[in-house]
Ligand binder design. Structure first.
Ligand code: XMP
Length: 321
């Protein structure tokens, strides 16, 4: 790979910030740039770097794509308001669900999300604003996994030889491409992100769609969203790298009130990892898993089965699609 990694041990935080702020200023010149903020550590760090470089010439958007966690848009707008950064929420739910309709295949889902995000949503938005650049938080691991052919991460374009200027009408600025997650957290912390953001567990670009096996519909997203809230609530103090809920495609026979209930299956995963390249399942105490299973099967409508994944990465991956 052309990009050279800057490891956490080699990272000079102040120097990195100074260099990236200068580079963003140089690239954008006197014009405007649009910034895609999802609320993860990476895009949050990029938002503050670009805010330092461009001030009011930066337009930050949170795309409400319908596949985010509960209450996410409001929460992120509030966090950044306190930091002096105005974030506009753009409702693109119809566009995303239309693009995902009827798709089962993991790579086709990822491609549908990529095209909707970059072409349908950001294409006209960047053009309308008069900006020539889109800032985003692509990191070293995203590029590595895509180039290795494990999964096409939703945000990898130019590294695959895709000319975004020609296809979508703007160039990408990706200040974090040389860093993995631990280094991005150090940058986010130094930039003044609150701890709840710089220490946030990773969340994938394709959001909850990466956690629905089979077709992604608003109804199926709502199920995995509710299960996600319960999993995050149960495991937030586990110290794990990442924890998530997955909605399976197949139903199984359960029993409720003495009758067959052919219902849904939720799989829980919780990972120990340093950089998401390899990972091990967390040895969660059994009583926590039992309570979580009881909550999911009573509070999430239609779920009759909860499983806990005990596979390592590899051969598993962290997300399900
Ligand atoms: P996997 O599932 O490949 O995930 O083991 C490795 C790490 O990357 C996150 N992930 C993504 N992040 N865009 C992202 O920005 C994506 O398309 C994507 N897919 C997976 C995943 O949550 C884990 O932390």
């Amino acid at each position: 790979m052309k990009i050279k990694e800057i490891t956490l041990a080699r990272l000079d935080v102040k120097n990195f910030i100074r260099g990236q702020v200068a580079q963003i200023s140089d690239m954008v010149g006197g014009g405007l740039a649009v910034n895609a903020l999802s609320g993860g550590v990476d895009s949050s760090a990029v938002t503050l770097l670009a805010h330092l470089a461009l001030g009011k010439r930066l337009k930050s958007y949170f795309i409400e794509n319908g596949i985010m966690r509960e209450g996410e848009a409001k929460y992120i707008v509030g966090v950044f308001k306190k930091l002096g950064v105005r974030v506009e929420v753009l409702d693109a739910r119809p566009e995303f669900f239309r693009a995902l309709k009827g798709i089962d295949d993991p790579e086709e889902k990822r491609e549908a999300i990529t095209q909707t995000f970059y072409k349908t949503v950001f294409g006209p938005l960047v053009k309308r604003s008069g900006a020539k650049f889109l800032l985003q938080g692509t990191n070293y691991t995203d590029i590595e996994e895509t180039l290795a052919g494990v999964k096409r991460q939703h945000n990898i374009l130019e590294q695959l030889g895709i000319d975004t200027k020609k296809l979508y009408g703007y160039k990408l600025i990706e200040p974090l491409v040389a860093l993995r997650k631990p280094a991005v957290r150090a940058i986010g912390k130094a930039l003044g992100l609150p701890g709840e953001i710089w220490s946030r567990p990773p969340f994938p670009g394709p959001a909850l769609a990466a956690r629905v096996i089979g077709e992604v519909t608003p109804e199926r997203i709502e199920i995995v969203r509710q299960a996600t809230r319960l999993v995050e609530d149960a495991l937030k103090n586990s110290g794990a790298f990442q924890y998530l809920a997955i909605l399976h495609k197949d139903k199984v026979t359960g029993v409720r009130d003495g009758k067959r209930d052919f219902g849904l299956q939720i799989e829980v995963r919780c990972w120990e990892s340093r950089d998401a390249v390899t990972a091990k399942p967390t040895r969660i105490p059994y009583p926590i898993l039992e309570r979580l299973s009881a909550r999911i099967t009573t509070e999430v409508k239609g779920v009759v089965s909860v499983t806990y994944n005990i596979t390592c990465k590899p051969p598993s991956t962290i997300e399900a699609i």
